[in-house]
Design a protein. Sequence first.
Length: 186
Amino acid sequence: MTDIVSEIILTIDGAARGQESPAYYGYTGPEFMEWLAQKNAQPHRTLIGRKTLDALSNIPAAYQDDDYRRMTESPGWVVSSRLSRVGWPGFTVLGSGFLDEIRAERAGHGAEIRTMGSLSIVRQLLAANLLDRLRLIYCPLILPQSGVEPFFQGMCDQKFKLRDQRVLDGEVVVLDYRPDGRPHYA
């Protein structure tokens, strides 16, 4: 069976994006960057939504390095009801029935499927019991004024089991969880 992993970079108060925040909220220490490079070097297929595709496609050409090109050429999917194709050679468009396609891919033996951003997709994978690991990457700041996209908003009650934890550069905390069903009271 193929694992489905969601990696979400958050603030301590759960914002998945800041209106004025740079990539990784500005936390780009050497351990964090090395950890990201190691994760991205592992075989995986990417699952993203249209908004994430748009954001990544708008990265200036000067920053589209070898890692960026490898991402666009590697196998993956974009979930969209509006698009019929994308300009990234490794990606295929999935429509509203994407969960059935991902369920079939999960039953196979290919490289892990990893979401990037795409909070709606992560929520749907969790609700459909298709997510194997939720990796929360906490940057040490709160953004009550400029934080947007509260990650946990709109999710059903869910419990998890901690699989692994790590502190990078003495400040970024990585928590790797496995979904563990509904809480007993739910």
